[in-house]
Design a protein around this ligand. Structure first.
Ligand code: NDP
Length: 496
């Protein structure tokens, strides 16, 4: 297929041109088109949901034994692995992440399918302790058609986290990827088909979320929405879900504190803080974007941190040695720049960055350097709002009591990091920090076997973990009567 040809989208097992506007996806490192496609239309949404509903009812997928569904999921994992380099290169072009990072995301997507295949075939239903003349059981059943709505920052990994457990549970899935990064979701649908998943169980609808995502969420046949994205959008989805009495899981934004105590191992802490905020160019919900450093250590720590950040390699995502690629789009870079300007207007001082780089590839793509601000208070806007870019605000602290108050003083509560040589101290502090995930002497490490999600404005529900599959299932209680005699209450009246 040539670049100018329009890519088909996947509507209930049929590959066809979307009914919406034609648009190009662009490589953030150069601004050049990667692929052309037509967005899905509202008719495509309707066809995808109706087709998924029919596939759910008639394909027999939901009725297959768990180990049979698992076999297909293992095959999906295997096909992702076979194509891993091609997928990693495509994702690099789709969202501009460095190739080493996209390879890791593709590997994680394969691992996710493998994990949920195993979760599916080992999921146990329970016989509950009987309290009468009956046997009582608790079993799980699929929900029907679920919607997976994903953002642009980690395509394929985000989709896999929703699609794998949803399919494992026996459902059909309609994916709405971010308008600007639809290519990996389309590849995933193809792989599902090749792996032998019945037609219609997966659809992919690229295009604007305000139109398509909204229509999907409102659709009466959509029985659950699993959403990852911004808090504002998440709240909007939650309102619609409330009206439908529909369960949702919402993985939303963050402004995560990273805490360096006065007894931290500095080599580990500097490397961890740099990785926590600047990897993925800061376009990560869990970015450690608020740095709290014990005052006694503040000056030497910041000196090492700034020197380390200045050495990070910002550049061509195709280059194996690149650590930071461009931001996703021109508009997003402008938003990051506005936050840096706001930080300065609020009284912050720049320790590093804050200026677009220039020359060579920097003039073509949406590059922005590691940027560090100090001199701000935790209650200021720059310290409270998610920037979603490579911008770190550094704050010294004097006492642990003050630290805990400030670290928890945020609408968000997604993640946190603690650096200390004293494990008891770090443990005690970790239990007091309000966050869905706390990393101690490490940061931004992930495991599909460990549940993930946020508190407060960072979201609702948990993804991942062996029991993550239950998010996509309804629980049902079954009672079997074992009485020798009719039920006593009307037993006498029932006799002829
Ligand atoms: P958005 O909320 O703008 O978009 C996320 C997805 O929702 C996109 O597919 C978008 O479509 C779609 N969408 C937009 N409007 C609606 C609507 N009214 N109804 C249904 N769907 C809609 O977030 P961003 O794309 O800006 O992603 C960045 C955000 O995601 C950050 O806040 C980040 O913290 C968060 N995030 C959270 C993670 C977590 O696990 N907690 C992980 C990764 C990111 P489209 O873009 O096509 O318009």
């Amino acid at each position: 297929m040539t670049l100018e040809q329009t890519l088909p989208i996947c509507v209930a097992g049929t590959w066809r041109l979307g009914g919406g506007e034609r648009y190009a996806t662009r490589y953030p490192a150069t601004g050049e088109p990667v692929a052309w496609l037509n967005a899905a239309s509202l008719e495509d949404v309707e066809d995808a949901v109706q087709g998924a509903h029919q596939a759910f009812l008639n394909s027999g997928w939901a009725q297959r034994k768990p180990h049979e569904r698992a076999t297909v999921l293992y095959r999906i994992a295997e096909l992702i692995r076979q194509r891993s380099e091609e997928l990693a290169q495509l994702q690099r072009q789709d969202n501009g992440k460095p190739i080493n990072e996209t390879r890791a995301l593709v590997a994680s997507a394969a691992g996710t399918f493998q994990f949920f295949a195993a979760a599916c075939e080992t999921l146990e239903e329970t016989i509950t302790p009987s309290r009468g003349d009956f046997v009582s059981m608790s079993v799980y059943e699929p929900m029907g058609v679920v919607a997976a709505i994903t953002p642009w920052n980690s395509p394929i990994a985000s989709e896999a986290q929703k699609v794998a457990p949803a399919l494992a549970a026996g459902n059909a899935v309609v994916i709405k990827p971010a308008e600007i990064t639809p290519l990996l979701a389309l590849q995933l649908a193809q792989i599902c088909e090749e792996a032998g998943l019945p037609k219609g169980l997966v659809s992919v609808l690229p295009g604007k979320g305000s139109l398509l995502g909204d229509a999907l969420t409102q659709h009466p046949l959509i029985k659950r929405v699993s959403f990852t994205g911004g808090t504002k959008t998440g709240k909007h989805i939650a309102h619609i879900a409330a009206d439908k009495m529909m369960p949702v899981s919402l993985e939303l934004g963050g402004k995560s504190p990273t805490i360096v105590l006065d007894d931290a191992d500095l080599d580990h802490a500097v490397a961890g803080v740099l990785y926590g905020i600047f990897s993925s160019s800061g376009e990560a919900c869990i970015a450690g974007s608020r740095l709290f450093v014990a005052r006694a250590l503040y000056a030497p720590f910041m000196q090492r941190l700034v020197a380390g950040a200045a050495r990070l390699r910002l550049g061509d995502p195709a280059d194996e040695s690149t650590q930071m690629g461009p931001l996703i789009s021109a508009a997003h870079r402008e938003s990051v720049e506005r936050y840096v300007a706001l930080g300065l207007a609020e009284g912050g001082r720049l320790l590093l960055g804050g200026q677009r780089p220039s020359g060579g590839i920097y003039d073509q793509g949406y590059f922005y350097p590691p940027t560090i601000l100090e001199g701000l208070g935790n209650n200021q806007q720059t310290c409270q709002e998610e920037i979603f870019g490579p911008v770190l605000v550094a704050l010294p602290f004097d006492s642990e009591a003050e630290l805990i108050e400030q670290a928890n003083d945020s609408l968000y509560a997604l993640a946190a990091g603690i650096w200390s040589r004293d494990y008891k101290r770090a443990w005690a502090l970790g239990r007091k920090i309000q966050a869905g995930t706390v990393w101690i002497n490490t940061y931004k490490q992930f495991s599909i076997s460990t549940p993930f999600g946020g508190w407060r404005d960072s979201g609702l529900g948990r993804e991942k973990g062996r029991l993550g599959i239950l998010q996509y299932m309804e629980q049902k209680s079954l009672y079997w009567g074992m009485n020798e005699q009719p039920l006593a209450w009307a037993g006498a009246e029932a006799r002829p």
